[in-house]
Design a protein around this ligand. Structure first.
Ligand SMILES: Nc1ncnc2c1ncn2[C@@H]1O[C@H](COP(=O)(O)OP(=O)(O)OP(=O)(O)O)[C@@H](O)[C@H]1O
Ligand SMILES: [Mg+2]
Length: 365
């Protein structure tokens, strides 16, 4: 029955990205049409009110509360598909870049990596899901001289990004997803989803700053892969707190003021610039360290996460870093009606992870 076949196929073409952030849940639904990613719906729901707190506050909700939030969000955003990919918070994962002996034979290389990984993962390997990526070299593999050798013996090395997520964290996510009646085919550390939706640079090193509610994540991406990652324990909720304290205002009012005024808000606010100067000072240290160790320049910065939307932040960041700074626009990778473009550009950074997940999920179709 060709008609039924096509109906079925059409239904199956929609996919969902589910981002479980510290302050809110975000979903993005895409459909594949003529090889393009068409935006069907998106939505966000703050976790705060589900735990008795305010919108914009980072929360540590129970699995039950998270399930309730996710169910509400799926309904409110009118999500029509169950097929999804889900994010794993950077804070709950372990990424480490190590230099290991090079083996020409891929099977041997795999064995070397998996054996050596045990030394770098602080919890037993049986308690984690382990993944790894070989980082491409700029030139051919750099031989390093063996210490004991006075002759010409050389050992080639390979840089490997080790990625580990605890089994407990994964089971928790699986529980949330299945209880919300979704079917996930993968769980991905948010860094990789962000990379897919916001980084255009194929080769040059670029730094991504994901300004979330609880923390700011810095990622250096080179050759399209993660070359360094770091978490700064200051996020956009700290700005709301600062405004709330300095102006003696309720959190909700301070949150609204932060969004209205942006970085250059009136003097009464005091907070935004001070907090961002702390975030950027630490990000700058990471950047300088990377450049010194790798002997190459980071050519641009991409601001993402809800805090990345802060008015005038791009201009302020340009002044601090003195390199090209742009605010992420992940929805640019999707097809959407022209009249929606300006709103999508404005809210885009908050949805970078969810868009990246949905884009990967579309590749499965
Ligand atoms: N227009 C805006 N101006 C300034 N800040 C904003 C704006 N929109 C959202 N934010 C802030 O962004 C933060 C939420 O960002 P995001 O949704 O990326 O965080 P999250 O994913 O929940 O947290 P995390 O990534 O740390 O787990 C909140 O603190 C919110 O106040
Ligand atoms: Mg986030």
């Amino acid at each position: 029955m060709p008609f039924l076949d096509s109906l079925f196929a059409k239904k199956e073409k929609s996919v969902l990205g589910v981002d479980i952030g510290s302050s809110s849940l975000k979903v993005v639904q895409l459909r594949k049409e003529h090889g393009k990613a068409v935006l069907e719906t998106y939505g966000e729901l703050a976790l705060g009110p589900y735990g008795g707190f305010e919108v914009g506050q980072a929360m540590n909700l129970s699995a039950e509360q998270t399930i309730e939030t996710l169910r509400d969000l799926l309904r409110e955003a009118k999500v029509t598909t169950k097929s999804c990919g889900v994010s794993i918070p950077f804070a709950r994962s372990l990424l480490t870049l190590v230099t290991l002996p090079y083996r020409k034979n891929p099977a041997e290389q795999k064995t070397v990596i998996e054996l050596e990984a045990r030394k770098y993962i602080p919890i037993p390997v049986s308690e984690v899901q382990l993944d790894w990526f070989i980082v491409p070299k700029t030139n051919s593999p750099q031989p390093t001289k063996g210490d004991s050798s006075k002759t010409t013996a050389v050992h080639e090395t390979v840089d490997v990004l080790l990625v580990a997520v605890s089994n407990d964290e994964l089971s928790l996510l699986q529980k949330v997803v299945t209880s919300a009646e979704l079917i996930a085919s993968f769980y991905e550390i948010e860094i990789f989803s962000t990379l897919r939706s916001v980084v255009e640079e194929q080769v040059k090193p670029v730094m991504v700053l994901d300004v979330g509610a609880a923390s700011t994540k810095t990622y250096v991406i080179e050759h399209g892969v993660v070359a360094s990652s770091h978490s700064i324990s200051v996020g956009s909720q700290d700005i709301t707190r600062a405004i709330s304290v300095s102006g003696n205002l309720p959190f909700a009012r301070a949150e609204a003021l932060k969004k209205e005024e942006g970085i250059g808000g009136s003097d009464v606010l005091g907070g935004p610039e001070l907090v961002f100067s702390r975030i950027f000072a630490e990000a700058r240290r990471v950047l300088v360290q990377y450049e010194a160790a790798q002997k190459k320049s980071i050519t641009s910065i991409v601001l993402t996460g809800g805090g990345g939307v802060t008015k005038e932040l791009g201009t302020y960041a340009k002044g601090i870093f003195s390199i090209d700074v742009r605010v992420a626009d992940p929805f640019m990778k999707t097809e959407a009606p022209a009249f929606m473009r300006s709103i999508l550009k404005e809210i885009g950074p908050e949805f970078a992870v969810a868009v990246g997940l949905a884009l990967r999920k579309l590749e499965e179709i």
